[in-house]
Design a protein around this ligand. Sequence first.
Ligand code: AMP
Length: 213
Amino acid sequence: MPPGAARNRVRIRQRELIYPVSALRRICVYCGSSTGSRDVYASAALELARLLVRRDVELVYGGASKGIMGVLADAVLEAGGRVHGVIPKSLVENEIAHERLTELHVTESMHERKSMMAVLSDGFIAMPGGFGTLEEIIEVLTWGQLQFHSKPCGLLNVDAYFDRLLDFVAHAEDEGFVRPQHGEMLLVDSDPGKLLGRFDSYQSPQVRKWTTR
Ligand code: AMP
């Protein structure tokens, strides 16, 4: 056993008694490249960051230093956590790639970025953000729906930010375009601890997208 390993194990055990350690090693967080117009969004990023570190979960995100993305990455690093950024080379300048990450992957394309983020992560959370954030979480949710993966996807519903999106999902179910079991795949909570708790016990539905009615 390498020197210090026994001491580390005791430290981790002590932490497990206080905070449940997640079975998920890395979580991808999609969020805005802007900070939004109210402080509540950055505050939620700080809270999520501290929680991830306490639970020994590493962050995977889009690699930017701007917006909620930057706030989240800085807070995880400050709390002593590990952060993996993945950014396409075309956005290194515009989104100002973060220079102090544990690891920064610069990809050739946006598609490569998204698949690398998906492979690196054991689950996916969207925090408030714009079109980019919505596109990313919905895409990975559809990959789950198609059973390309069985990892949990969720919304951190800060100050009811996603309520209208949730109304739309309910509408799509009512209109017969989304199966209720697939709608339920999208885990939603305003409390990051509760959301992560639901990630830990997540079981992907066995309903196939293409079963005939
Ligand atoms: P936004 O939510 O629009 O502020 O963007 C958040 C992140 O999503 C940024 O890192 C964007 O680069 C990324 N993004 C924007 N458009 C797309 C897209 N079509 N596919 C994947 N990611 C995107």
